[in-house]
Ligand binder design. Structure first.
Ligand SMILES: Nc1ncnc2c1ncn2[C@@H]1O[C@H](COP(=O)(O)OP(=O)(O)O)[C@@H](O)[C@H]1O
Ligand SMILES: [Mg+2]
Length: 1141
């Protein structure tokens, strides 16, 4: 169960000063001290947190603590800075209100630590994830970087922030951090060149010299020795508890995490080194003729090194330390600088360089941590600004004036916002509001910042005025202008009241701040406000090749010379404070007011006077009073009822209705006077702490009574349970014991019984044994006597029987002989009779068989023969057909196989079946033919009809496919021309031998055959030699032999027949003639067939001559081809080599 505690529980003193009773400064301090002594460093004034610096680490910032305070109401737990951070974060996330956390207090009071605690708490409770964690890490790591460059050891604080810092952390709607923006205010740059006694320069100088590697130092031309640098004070260079070397590494690491590039880090360190070098440049006077001194650099070594480091021309810088150019509108006047002015110029350069570097760092960090998205942000601002500073005597200067002005403004905004908040709450809750008087410090702000006659305006006016201007003239001016102001005091003012006030030196003025009177010494006001850097120096810096250096001094750019004076330090600060105030006013404020318990930075010491002073100037008492002016305490109804419900019987232990009604019943029951409290909309408001303490006291008593009651009931319950337990145990123990005793007794009785039993049984047994033995002996005696007697009897009988048996045997033997003789005689008789009977049966059977066979033969001849014959024939045919079926040959038409016939009488059928099968498979084969194949076969068929058994060349042509176009005339480019002459499709193209009509020699020609013509063309040129129209062709003649000669006979008188018939020879004779025959018969209109004449002698018409072509057989010579020869006018002989077998 969650244990709920409250602000009011375990109170050391009071956790909320508003409840302090009676309220006085003493009781206030007393309460603070009491709490401080018990390590309670946080105390509330309403929603404001007072934080006392413990100067030692307390175990109250652990992750467990963070968890404890996470999502808890502000007053639920004892006061803590986490409660404030949680409240702010939750109202930012859940109610979408921008927040600002204002941390004030004097130097060393723990402001910076508080701001870090707030940031780390928010980082711990807000969202997680890779991106978010990176943002958080960058935001957190910006702190060490800024602290190294902006913090220093002072007498008040070893890590005192010497600049004001305001950081806006931006969140998205889920409450995850997106990024941040840091604003810095007025770095105390005078520290760069001079540090008060017991204080140090900014940390980074010491960190660099202690922590950088030898190599880095060498590159920066530095030595690891503080004493070598004029700008570093020596008396407290080493600070207890500060490890500069480690810090240097931390800072470098932080810079990397924040996103600085390696070369950026190097540039920054180079500038830091340059500042150190600058401090070492010294000047000596050199007299000039007109009695004035002109400064010269004493030892140029440091100057040289610095110039090398930054890439500045040494002579340019040297000149800038000796001369000053004043530019008016048209002219330039150069004046020399004396030694003092040179030192002033050097220091001004160092201060400017360092403070600009610091501002650049802030800008650079902002670049890294700025939110990446443009969506609407919620903002939590954390303001850690220097607190009110009052030095003893008249050590307060321009810086303190500026700082205190800033605090004055913060106080004003504090008053405005707290009162407004208070007022708004009453209105929200519907409580009547009575106005509260409080001190308004607007009048002091006005004294400082008024544009007409404010101190800052006067200072600016003095700085801009021509003529001699000194701090004294400034004071004079103040004395006249501000004399009447009730918060301004000066010895020489018109207000004679202070004429004799010796605590007020002549060179000072005093302002009555809200937090007390502060004496300011005017010395340095004008200079510091002017913040003058000679233009020659800024121009020299701009000329540097070091890019960062150049960037820091943009006004040194000669092309952008601006003759207007830059704004004064005071006016710059005023405007940035103005912006800050405007920014803060738009946000919901949360206050942390830091108090420092002692001046020794020591734990456990509470210096009352010091604390009292801070309490006064922080206006804490007023804060409490304002808070109490209305109602001291308020609490939502729910928690209130929960806390006090035990004070009334009607609300204890449970109140079922609404919480407000419960509280009303409670208050009525307790008879609290009605003027002591008011009912708001969601809270009850209690006017006096007294009433609250009354309630608390009643609650405490009631809790005691309740505790007693609970104790009583608990004790009773405990005793009763204990008794019942004892009783129950006793019954169990008794039962067990009884059982045990009975068991024992039973076993004893049981064993005794067994013993008695065994004795009795033994006695009985022995008695029985005796009786049985006696009986046995009697029986044995009787048996023996009977045996003897029976023996005698038996032997007598045996003798008698033996005699009898002997007699009987003799009779039997005799009888057996007699019987045997009888039986043999009978057997012989029976055998004789049986033989006779058998003979009769055999004779009868033969006779019967004869009769039956004779009968059956008659019947068989009439029917059975025919049936058997038919059946046999049927069986034979069946077997035959099945045999044929299983033995069928393949489906190839050329397969000659056929099964052998089984019976001669089936010869005809067998042959018939064979031809049917062959016809059928031929049909099957033909049915698979494509159209082209069919045409080819038709041609082949035609060839066979023409030449089979007529010409002996025919058989060799059967296996050759008819290709037709042997020359591929349409594809071959060689015959393109020829192809174009022929109009129809070429059906045959082949090379033939044309026989010369005169001498019978052959010449190669191309023969083309189309549907209408036979064309002969030159083989080489493709030129058409002759074209014969098919109707002009009468017949074709060929021999019966193995040759390829053929003669084309033409119609007499036709155009093609001029030279006579053609005698040609072709290797594809059969094909050529078949095609010719086929075309001739289809081409002729009257269906007349082209004659094919096959004979070994035929006539041809050569011009006028009729020549006989005769084919003769000859022995093969010159290969196998036939040769042709014109024998005479009438005869042309063709000798054909005889076909080789
Ligand atoms: N809550 C704290 N717990 C422990 N030490 C603290 C705490 N607050 C401040 N200190 C100590 O006081 C010193 C000064 O605190 P710091 O925040 O720098 O003061 P300020 O910023 O107000 O000048 C710190 O260096 C630290 O040693
Ligand atoms: Mg600080």
């Amino acid at each position: 169960m969650e244990v709920k505690t409250s602000l009011l529980d375990n109170m050391i003193g009071v956790g909320d000063m508003v409840l302090l009773e009676p309220l006085s400064e003493d009781s206030f301090l007393e309460n603070l001290k009491k709490r401080f002594d018990h390590n309670e460093i946080y105390t509330y004034i309403g929603s404001v947190v007072i934080s006392m610096n413990p100067y030692r680490s307390l175990p109250i910032y652990s992750p467990e603590k963070v968890e404890e305070y996470r999502n808890r109401n502000f007053y639920e737990l004892s006061p803590h800075i986490y409660a404030l951070a949680d409240e702010a974060y939750r109202s930012l996330r859940d109610q979408d209100k921008d927040q600002c956390i204002l941390i004030t207090g004097e130097s060393g009071s723990g402001k910076t630590e508080a701001s870090k605690l707030v940031m780390s708490y928010v980082a711990a409770v807000c969202g997680k994830g890779q991106e978010v964690n990176k943002v958080k890490e960058q935001l957190l790591q910006s702190n060490p970087v800024l602290e190294a460059f902006g913090n220093a050891k002072t007498v008040r604080n070893d890590n005192s922030s010497r600049f004001g810092k305001y950081m806006d952390i931006e969140f998205d709607f889920k409450g995850d951090p997106l990024g941040g923006v840091i604003s810095n205010y007025l770095l105390e740059k005078s520290r760069v060149v001079k540090q008060p006694r017991g204080e140090r320069n900014f940390h980074i100088f010491y960190q660099l010299l202690s922590g950088a590697s030898d190599d880095t130092l060498k590159k920066l031309k530095l030595d690891r020795d503080f004493s070598k640098y004029n700008y570093l004070s020596l008396d407290s260079a080493v600070v207890n508890g500060l490890d500069d070397a480690t810090s240097f590494r931390t800072v470098k690491n932080a810079m990397q995490i924040v996103g600085f590039m390696e070369d950026e880090i190097r540039s920054v360190l180079e500038l830091v080194a340059a500042v150190l070098k600058l401090g070492n440049i010294e000047f000596k006077p050199e007299s000039r003729c007109n009695d004035t001194d002109e400064s010269r650099v004493r030892d140029k070594n440091d100057l040289k090194e610095m110039c090398e480091l930054l890439g500045i021309e040494q002579t340019v810088l040297e000149r800038a330390f000796s001369y000053r150019t004043v530019e008016a509108k048209l002219e330039k006047v150069s004046t020399t600088l004396n030694v003092a002015q040179a030192y002033y110029a050097r220091d001004a350069l160092a201060k400017n360089l360092y403070s600009r570097l610091f501002s650049w760092l802030v800008t650079r960090i902002n670049e890294s941590i700025k939110a990446q998205t443009k969506s609407r942000h919620k903002v939590m601002g954390v303001l850690d600004i220097y607190g009110f500073e009052i030095f003893e005597k008249a050590d307060n200067s321009f810086e303190q004036f500026i700082i205190n002005y800033c605090n004055e403004k913060l106080q004003q905004i504090f008053i405005e916002l707290t009162l407004r908040e208070e007022q708004e709450e009453y209105i929200r809750e519907g409580i009547e509001w009575t106005n509260i008087e409080y001190f308004n410090n607007a009048v002091i702000c006005d004294l400082i910042e008024n544009n007409q006659n404010g101190i800052m305006a006067m200072l600016d006016e003095e700085c801009l005025r021509p003529g001699t201007v000194t701090d004294e003239t400034f004071l004079d001016k103040l004395n006249t202008v501000c004399a009447e102001h009730q918060h301004f005091e000066s010895r020489l003012s018109k207000n004679s009241k202070f004429l004799n006030d010796h605590s007020l030196p002549h060179s000072c003025f005093r302002i009555q701040h809200y937090a007390g009177k502060v004496l300011y010494c005017v010395e340095g006001f004008v200079d510091k406000n002017n913040d003058l850097l000679y233009r020659d120096l800024s121009q020299a810096m701009f000329k540097a090749t070091h890019s960062l250096m150049k960037e820091l001094f943009p006004e040194g750019n000669p092309s952008k010379v601006n003759l207007k004076r830059p704004p004064t330090a005071g006016s710059q600060f005023k405007s940035s404070v103005g912006t800050l105030m405007k920014n803060l006013q738009t946000k919901n404020p949360n206050y942390i007011r830091c108090i420092k318990p002692n001046d020794k930075k020591a734990a456990h010491i509470f210096t009352a006077s010091l604390v009292c002073h801070q309490v006064r100037y922080l206006g804490l008492m007023e804060n409490v009073r304002v808070r109490r002016a209305g109602y001291a305490f308020r609490q939502p109804y729910g928690p209130c009822l929960e806390r006090y419900k035990m004070l009334c019987k009607r609300t204890w232990p449970h109140w079922r209705g609404p919480a407000r009604e419960g509280v009303e019943v409670l208050m009525a029951d307790l008879q609290v006077p009605t003027e002591e409290f008011s009912y708001g909309r969601s809270k009850i408001f209690i006017r006096n702490p007294r009433t609250l303490f009354f309630l608390e006291e009643r609650r405490r008593q009631c809790l005691q009574d309740l505790a007693t009651l609970i104790q009583k009931i608990y004790r009773g319950w405990k005793c009763r349970t204990h008794f019942l337990l004892l009783k129950k145990s006793q019954v169990v123990v008794a039962a067990w014991y009884r059982r045990y005793a009975q068991q024992k007794k039973y076993q004893r009785i049981k064993s005794a019984t067994t013993v008695v039993q065994s004795y009795a049984r033994g006695w009985q047994a022995r008695k029985l044994l005796r009786e049985l033995k006696h009986q046995k002996r009697c029986e044995e005696a009787v048996t023996t006597i009977a045996a003897y007697w029976h023996g005698t009897q038996a032997r007598t009988e045996l003798r008698r029987l033996k005699q009898e048996v002997r007699n009987k045997h003799a009779v039997t033997v005799i009888w057996a002989y007699w019987q045997g003789t009888q039986a043999r005689r009978e057997l012989r008789k029976l055998k004789e009779e049986a033989r006779r009977k058998h003979a009769v049966a055999v004779i009868w059977a033969c006779w019967q068989g004869l009769k039956v066979r004779r009968e059956y033969r008659k019947f068989f001849r009439a029917n059975a023969g025919k049936k058997i014959y038919n059946f046999t024939i049927q069986r034979i045919m069946q077997k035959y057909f099945l045999g044929v079926k299983s033995g069928l040959p393949s489906m190839s038409p050329v397969d000659k196989n056929w099964p052998a016939r089984p019976y001669r009488f089936l010869d005809a059928a067998h042959a018939q079946l064979r031809s049917i099968f062959h016809l059928w498979r031929c049909k099957k084969y033909r049915s698979q033919f494509s159209q082209e194949r069919k045409a080819v076969y038709q041609e082949k068929l035609e060839a066979s009809e023409l030449f089979k058994d007529k010409k002996s060349l025919y058989p060799s042509s059967v296996s050759q496919p008819f290709k037709g176009d042997y020359l591929e005339i349409s594809k071959n480019p060689k015959y393109q021309k020829l192809n174009s002459c022929v109009e129809e499709k070429v059906l045959l193209a082949d090379v033939v031998n044309k026989i010369n009509r005169a001498n019978g020699k052959g010449a190669s020609r191309i023969l083309l055959l189309t549907k209408k013509n036979v064309v002969l063309a030159d083989q080489k040129t493709g030129q058409v030699k002759a074209s014969v129209a098919l109707p002009d062709l009468i017949s074709v003649s060929v021999s019966t032999q193995n040759d390829g000669f053929f003669a084309l006979k033409l119609k007499e008188g036709s155009a093609s027949a001029v030279k006579g018939d053609f005698l040609l020879s072709s290797e594809h004779l059969i094909e050529t003639i078949t095609k010719l025959h086929h075309i001739g018969s289809t081409a002729s209109d009257d269906g007349e067939q082209l004659d094919i004449n096959i004979s070994d002698e035929f006539l041809v018409q050569f011009k006028q001559d009729k020549v006989c072509v005769k084919f003769i057989q000859a022995a093969p010579k010159n290969g196998n081809s036939a040769s042709c020869k014109r024998k005479n006018n009438r005869l042309l002989e063709v000798s054909v080599p005889a076909a080789t077998a």
